[in-house]
Design a protein around this ligand. Sequence first.
Ligand code: FES
Length: 216
Amino acid sequence: MALDQDRSATADVEARVDSGEHGGLDSKLLASASLPERDETEISTGPDGSPLAAQPPWRKDFPIDWPVDQFVARRDFAKFLVLTSGAFVTGQAWIAAQHLIRSRRPAPPRVRIASLSATPPGSSQVFGYPNAHDKCLLIRSSDGELLAYSQACTHLSCAVVPRIEEGVLHCPCHEGYFDLKTGRNIAGPPPRPLPKIELSVEGDDIYAIGIDERTV
Ligand code: FES
């Protein structure tokens, strides 16, 4: 008796799952899943209760209700995959092109930027490198070490200001901070260190001889 009741209950569930009315999983329904047969607005409404036409496009493409999900055509899904893959490939190609362009740039020039005797400990001065409009900072720390960085903040390119006594470079635009001795970003929104200018000292002359573009 109990077995008969179980069989009857199972048959009832299967009948409901396979019925078209409930969007079941039978092969006939799957074959027609990509063909809109009913008005989806009569079947389901968005979580906020507004009509489907007023919902954002992504909610139509990725519906949470099974009945509405039947209206996402396979072709649309394939289109989405192709566009996503295309964007990924384009991004990779752009990165490769940038790398190629950078590797073909001529070596930075060797430019005399200051004299050692005119750069006492605790002082700083601005110079242009590799071109006159690329502003950089030459800093001599309190202990006499020579340091040089690009003056353009790595956040949105505001000019950073050295605070030698505090051991930092400060960007006043959004309160960004860099370590004076390393140029590394230590606080605020700047995402990476300041480019470091490589220096060479010959006698009393200080030369800029290269740029170390660091990402971390
Ligand atoms: S531009 Fe320097 S912190 Fe925003």
